[in-house]
Ligand binder design. Structure first.
Ligand SMILES: N[C@@H](CCC(=O)N[C@@H](CS)C(=O)NCC(=O)O)C(=O)O
Length: 219
């Protein structure tokens, strides 16, 4: 690999890192992945990152942060184009990418909170957002139609949480999203975006948090 090989600074469970890993794989771009311990961030990482958060993408001497900016950059410099060509449709897709982050925020609360009222509110919010997403998706194969798009890449890490939630008796995904979820989970770029032991790692993380979800998983 040359010095221009992108380096993705990562954390194995991070859904925002997965966005970048999926887009790199969709484009067949070789990259190096460096996992760091977010509980003990290395000094070199803190020097490079303006926010202290992963992902970071190092390209030559440049460092990019914020997953939405990273995937848009990758989309602009490497074929095939995943964002739509039409500016109006592209703007709508950017807005749905933002909604993907809102889903992750609800999921973080569901994974970690010890407060039953916050847990219930996050489940309700997630369900509302998912049913709006289902209305927008309609019966399309991918979010934008026939071609896999950045919006698909952003939602794949969201759907990865639901196996664990379903183990805890929480069935929050509307049936209208089931086929899209299945297609996303079978996509090679999505499978390869996490380590093979992702599922037990996620479970261990949730159990260690000791929140409402961990109690439901222990029942
Ligand atoms: N808006 C950021 C969110 C990234 C983010 O929240 N990353 C988490 C891991 S999933 C992180 O680095 N957390 C460490 C911290 O906040 O100290 C993005 O899209 O890149």
């Amino acid at each position: 690999m040359s010095d221009q090989t992108p380096i993705l600074v990562s954390f194995p469970l991070c859904p925002y890192v997965q966005r970048a890993a999926i887009v790199l794989a969709e484009k067949g771009v070789a990259f190096r992945r460096i996992d760091i311990d977010l509980a003990d961030k290395p000094d070199w990482f803190l020097r490079l990152s303006p926010t202290g958060r992963v992902p970071l993408l190092r390209v030559g001497d440049a460092v990019l942060f914020e997953s939405a900016a990273i995937i848009e950059y990758l989309d602009e410099v490497h074929a095939p184009r995943l964002h739509p060509d039409d500016p109006l449709t592209r703007a709508r897709h950017r807005a749905w990418i933002d909604q993907g982050s809102a889903l992750l925020s609800d999921l973080w609360t569901i994974e970690t909170t010890k407060d039953q009222a916050r847990f219930d509110a996050a489940c309700a919010s997630l369900q509302t957002r998912l049913s709006r997403l289902a209305q927008e998706l309609g019966d399309r194969h991918w979010f934008g139609g026939a071609r896999f798009s950045l919006v698909d890449a952003v939602h794949a890490p969201v759907f990865r949480y639901f196996d664990l939630l379903e183990d805890a008796g929480l069935h929050l995904v509307p049936p209208a999203l089931a086929a899209w979820r299945g297609r996303l989970m079978q996509r090679a770029s999505v499978i390869g975006a996490v380590p093979p032991d992702y599922a037990p790692r996620l479970r261990a993380f949730v159990m260690a948090e000791g929140g409402i979800l961990s109690t439901r998983l222990s029942l």
